[in-house]
Design a protein around this ligand. Structure first.
Ligand code: NCD
Length: 359
C-alpha cells in the first residue's frame, strides 16, 4: 500500500503522474465528478489549518466522495489519552483514506505503520508537508512550464518551515536544480536537508542574507512565514519575525517570468502591493492545491492493492537498538512507538520519524 508521508515516498514517475493527472482534472473537471463516489476521506487535524484541510475536503467533494473527521482533537478521544496508532486503527474502520496533520513530528509515519488504509501526511510539526510540495510542483509547472534547471530562492524561516524541507527534497530529484537559502542565522535550513538531501543528490546550494543580492537570478522565489508556534523563546520570535519583507521595489530586479510562491498564511513577509504583480502566484497556488489533492486521492485509492506501488524501504539500523531520538517533540518520545534510525550522509544516526540526531 502507498502512503504519502515524505515526498520521496512517491517515485519521480509517480510524482509526475500525479501532476499530469491534476492537469487533466483542471482541463476536464466534469470527467472526475464521480470518481470517488461512495468513498470516504477522514481528515484528522490535530493542529490548526485553513487551506490544507479545506482543500482536502473540497478535493474529495469534487470527486463525488464524502468527508468525515475533526479539526480540533480536543473534542475527540485524544483528550482521553488515545494514541495516534489507536486512533488510526479506529478511523480505518470508517474511512477509505486518511489525511493527518499533527503537531508531533513523525506522527503520520507511526500512523501509517498500523493503518489498513492509505495515510497522507498533511504536515507534521516542523518536519514535512508533502502535499504542499505537490501543490508547489504543480504551480511551478503551470507558471513556468518545466521543473528542471530552476534556480529557487527560499526565503524566511527555513528551520521550522516544513514546506521548505519537503520542496527541497522533491526538487533535488530534478536535473539542474539550484537552491539559494535566504535566512537569518537562527532560521537556517536543518543540517540533514543540506547533507542528506542536497549533498547526496549533488544539488548546488548557497546561503545568503538578503533577497536583493540574488533576486535577478531566481526563477522561483519561495517566501515563508516565520513560524511563531514553533519558537520556545518569544523574544527571539519578535526579533526575527520581520526579517524579510517582499515589496514592489525589491521585485524591480527580478526576472520577468519569475514565480513568487508562498504556502500561506502570510503575515508581513509579502506586502499587499505585490498581489497585483503577474508574478505573484500564491493565490493560484492555493487552487492548484485542491486539484493536486484530487489527483493524489484518486491514485492512492487506485494503488492501494497494487504491489507495484508500495512504500520505499526506510533504512533501519540494528546498531541503534536501545537508542532514543534527541527531539522531545518526536512521536517516538511522545507515545509508545518503537524508536527507529537510519544512517545520515556523514555517518551519524538519525531518527526515521523526524530526522533528528540520536540522543
Ligand atoms: C503551511 C503549513 O501549514 O506548514 N501552510 C499550509 O499548509 N498551506 C505554512 C505555514 O503555516 O506557514
Amino acid at each position: 500500500m502507498k502512503h504519502l508521508i515524505d515526498p520521496t515516498d512517491l517515485t519521480p514517475e509517480e510524482t509526475s503522474d500525479i501532476i499530469s493527472l491534476a492537469e487533466d482534472i483542471i482541463a476536464h473537471r466534469e470527467r472526475y465528478s464521480e470518481r470517488c463516489k461512495g468513498r470516504k476521506l477522514a481528515t484528522l487535524f490535530y493542529e490548526p489549518s485553513t487551506r490544507t484541510r479545506l482543500s482536502f475536503t473540497a478535493a474529495m467533494m469534487e470527486l463525488g466522495g464524502n468527508v468525515l473527521g475533526f479539526a480540533d482533537a480536543r473534542n475527540t478521544s485524544v483528550s482521553k489519552g488515545e494514541t495516534v496508532e489507536d486512533t488510526v486503527r479506529v478511523v480505518g474502520c470508517f474511512a477509505d483514506i486518511i489525511a493527518m496533520r499533527h503537531h508531533i513530528e513523525g506522527a503520520p509515519l507511526a500512523a501509517s505503520a498500523v493503518s489498513r488504509v492509505p495515510v497522507i501526511n498533511a504536515g507534521d510539526g516542523s518536519h514535512s508537508h508533502p502535499t504542499q510540495t505537490l501543490t508547489d510542483l504543480l504551480t511551478i509547472k503551470r507558471e513556468l512550464g518545466h521543473l528542471d534547471h530552476l534556480t529557487v530562492g527560499f526565503c524566511g524561516d527555513l528551520k521550522f518551515g516544513r514546506t521548505v524541507h519537503s520542496l527541497i527534497k522533491a526538487l533535488s530529484r530534478y536535473e539542474g536544480t539550484r537552491v539559494i537559502l535566504i535566512a537569518p542565522d537562527e532560521l537556517q535550513l536543518p543540517d540533514y536537508i543540506k547533507h542528506d538531501v542536497c549533498d547526496r543528490c549533488g544539488i548546488e546550494y548557497r546561503e545568503c542574507r538578503t533577497m536583493e543580492e540574488v533576486m535577478g537570478e531566481l526563477d522561483v522565489l519561495y517566501m515563508t512565514r516565520v513560524q511563531k508556534e514553533r519558537f520556545l523563546d518569544e523574544e527571539e520570535f519578535d526579533r526575527l519575525k520581520d526579517s524579510f519583507v517582499l515589496d514592489r521595489a525589491k521585485l524591480s530586479a527580478a526576472k520577468e517570468r519569475m514565480a513568487i510562491l508562498h504556502p500561506l498564511p502570510r503575515v508581513n513577509e509579502i506586502l499587499k502591493e505585490v498581489d497585483a504583480d503577474p508574478r505573484a502566484a500564491y493565490f493560484r497556488q492555493v487552487e492548484n492545491g485542491k486539484f493536486v489533492r484530487m489527483a493524489l486521492i484518486c491514485r492512492l485509492l487506485e494503488w492501494r492493492d497494487d504491489p507495484s506501488h508500495g512504500m520505499p524501504e526506510r533504512s533501519d539500523t540494528a546498531e541503534a537498538a536501545g537508542c532514543t531520538c534527541s527531539n522531545r517533540n518526536c512521536i517516538s518520545n511522545m507515545e509508545n512507538v518503537e524508536p527507529r534510525f537510519r544512517r545520515g550522509e556523514s555517518g551519524e544516526l538519525r531518527c526515521l520519524y523526524c530526522d533528528s540526531k540520536v540522543k
